[in-house]
Design a protein around this ligand. Sequence first.
Ligand code: SF4
Length: 426
Amino acid sequence: MKGRLFSLYARQYGLHHMNRLHPVDGALNGGSIDLAAAKDNTDLLYIHIPYCESLCPYCTFHRIQYDARSAAAYFQALQQELTLYHWLGYQFTALYIGGGTPTVNSKLLKKLVLFARKLFPIDQLSVETNPNFLTNDNVLFLKDLGVNRLSVGVQSLQNDLLDQMGRLNPYGDKARILAHLSRAIPEFDTVNIDMIFNLPGQTEAQLLSDLDTINNLKPTQVSWYPLMPSRQSAKAMSKSMGTFSFTQEHAFYRLIDDAMAVQYQAGSAWCFNLKDHPSAIDEYVVTHENYVGVGSGAFGYQNGQLMATSFSIDDYIERVNSGHSGITQMQRMSHTEVLRYQLLMQLFSLKVPHRFWLERYQLLPDQLFGRELKILRWMGAIDIDQDGIRLTQYGRYVWVVLMREFFMGVNQYRSTMRQLVNPAVQ
Ligand code: SF4
């Protein structure tokens, strides 16, 4: 009952933020946003590459089928947008390239990373890829590029589920995925594998088998995401994968939490780091409060402003080539919304020291969030001591629900924006 109430609250919270994004003029001069306002406290740059070799039905990211001509123009426009942020005075030290599939054209990726390194003092580079990319040559290529954190979309190690997800042919079966991962894991500071739980039709036995395989493989980091479809993707998914429901989610999370505890420790509500590898690099939302999003369909957050770029690739290229940023939508949060957003993101990494609030607001969390903290304590989701607020074991699942609902709001927004660009797209 407590969980249901909280889930409803969280859904309203996620949708609330996305529904309040409104059109803005991202022009450099005379536009309605001051693009340089947060340059001194923003050190992370996120670049979105929306192309994929093949489109998975459950996927809610902004992604389209790879097209060589479109990608060449798009990567060129990305350089243009990076130049704009360089000109504005940004000094990014961390670069996260996500997608889609950033490695879909490695020549273009290399050119982009070298270009970004010329403009910014980047010392941490995270890149997302799919297992089939990880041949010997490509692992060397990513190492030479200076990738510190490689994030591999595995999703499942069950061939029948991979088949239903449309991933078996393009991205490989279990044996092939494991061969590719074994090659890559020793070569990078952090190799994260993305897994999805609560897939339609997924059984407890299948999940336990994947957990066993992962405990033998020992990647540095494993992110276990609950499936979080938008209305549109749930419809598309039902044709090949079956109907989605939340019924098993909590039980599956408990299985994951128990099995991962043998060799891993939780780094966030859904991310687990190998115990003997404590320096694993975490997801960027955990370690960076502010970030700029570049490319089509990217999000950025800076000092209480949530921003989204154009979801039309052609529109994005045109905007950027005429000297503007790709930003087309934004939401300026109220003070209370900023506080709640900070509580959500900070507690996602399991604990927030009181220092965090004292440095920013000269107040303790009880003074800032009396009602929320009371409810979370009543639910048994948090403990508060003299150092800070901590999620309990149950609280980690509560945070999975909260983040899932927040991202389902984001996914709904993505689907709506993608359908505005192309009504045939799911
Ligand atoms: S899950 Fe990954 S590979 Fe599949 S469509 Fe989405 S971004 Fe592309």
